[in-house]
Write a protein that binds this ligand. Structure first.
Ligand code: EPU
Length: 341
């Protein structure tokens, strides 16, 4: 039986800490209950929001229909060959706990993605990425419930259509698939490291003190770098980067670089990705406050809720930032988290 709780407060279930209320709320601990819930919502024409860690969501004050907190748990090695292995993890597991678990077993590959808030099931949604690695680099496949056909399916990494902070789940067919498990390709080989990101390499070198750098150094360095720059959502409400780093063509990059020599950008395919944090800081927004919300003083790409902030306040601030960046640089910033509804 599905027991829905009425008028359920979501303040502690979204990392912005917005004081929002779900018309109906339920925790989902099994795939069977998930199937039953989807049937129930569809027959009653209730919109359904599946909530992971609530760390990439901008919620309105009232959430109509049903909010289901994904709590399906479980982790197992499903295949091993030489140094390579596949780890299947259920959607309701906490992301960072799984990174820690993998490290404790000597399974490497997730260390660059340490300390990202949220759940395993939410990670493919925006193809989480940090310090030179994106989720797509480690995903073998994703198990989902297709809400159109009511079938449990496996989507290959290719089917997930991963790209920078995007996937089939986020923009191509939003709401169609509910992720139940993610299968990762990991390795026991401790020498396969990604140290592309310069500050990560420097921090690892200083932690390793002249010895070989191991995945454990990478893990510690990533945690250190994130703690220096990013606010802990348990202390200050935030959803990580609020905007994507915008992509521009070479000609546009060269025009901007000539006018603003300090501009930060990185070659990306046939164009450049600009550091949105730099653009926002250059417009004077870093550390600014508007009502209860503001721009984080150590990383301008992160908007924060310092008290009684809400979606309206965040939207107003984000719009002002977008306008000033567009006026000054002619570059349009795209919001990264998802607004619901
Ligand atoms: N910068 C500034 N001012 C700022 C912030 C950044 O000038 O206030 C410049 C700095 O020069 C810095 C450059 O921007 O060298 C890049 O900054 P940083 O290395 O902090 O990374 P980012 O591009 O701002 C991205 C991701 C982060 C991820 C880091 C590290 C996006 C939208 N964000 O940020 O992801 O942790 O790289 O890989 O791509 C997230 O998605 O929530 C997130 C935190």
């Amino acid at each position: 039986m599905l027991t829905l709780q009425k008028d359920y407060p979501l303040k502690s279930l979204n990392t912005f800490g917005f004081d929002t209320v779900a018309e109906n709320f339920i925790e989902i601990e099994s795939r069977d209950r998930l199937v039953a819930l989807v049937n129930y919502c569809q027959s009653n024409h209730f919109p359904l929001l599946v909530l992971g860690g609530g760390s990439n969501l901008i919620l309105s004050d009232q959430i109509p229909g049903v909010v289901a907190r994904m709590q399906i748990k479980g982790v197992e090695v499903i295949s091993e060959q030489g140094d390579q292995l596949q780890l299947k993890v259920a959607a309701g597991e906490n992301w960072h706990d799984i990174v820690v678990y993998a490290m404790s077993q000597g399974f490497f590959g997730l260390e660059n993605l340490a300390l990202i808030p949220g759940t395993v099931g939410a990670a493919p949604m925006q193809n989480i990425g940090a310090y030179g690695v994106e989720l797509k680099d480690r995903v073998a496949w994703v198990d989902v419930l297709d809400t159109q056909t009511h079938q449990l399916l496996s989507l290959s990494s290719f089917d997930c259509q991963f790209s920078y902070r995007d996937s089939v789940f986020k923009s191509v067919e939003p709401g169609r698939y509910i992720i139940t498990d993610v299968v990762f390709n990991l390795t026991r080989d401790a020498t396969q490291l990604n140290l592309e990101y310069l500050a990560l390499k420097d921090t690892c070198e200083s932690l390793a003190k002249g010895l070989s750098i191991t995945p454990y150094h990478v893990f510690d360095a990533v945690c250190q770098l994130r703690r220096q720059k990013l606010p802990d959502p348990a202390v200050i409400g935030n959803v990580g980067s609020f905007f994507k780093n915008p992509r521009v063509c070479v000609a546009e990059y060269e025009r901007l670089k000539a006018e603003f020599p300090a501009l930060v950008g990185f070659a990306d395919g046939d164009g450049y990705k600009l550091a949105a944090g730099w653009l926002i800081e250059a417009c004077g927004w870093k550390g600014k406050q508007l009502n209860a919300v503001g721009v984080y003083e150590k990383q301008a790409l992160v908007l924060v809720n310092r008290g009684k902030g809400d979606r309206q306040q965040i939207e107003t601030l984000a719009e002002q930032i977008r306008e000033s960046v567009q006026q000054r640089f002619g570059v349009l910033l795209e919001v990264e988290p998802r607004f619901y509804p």
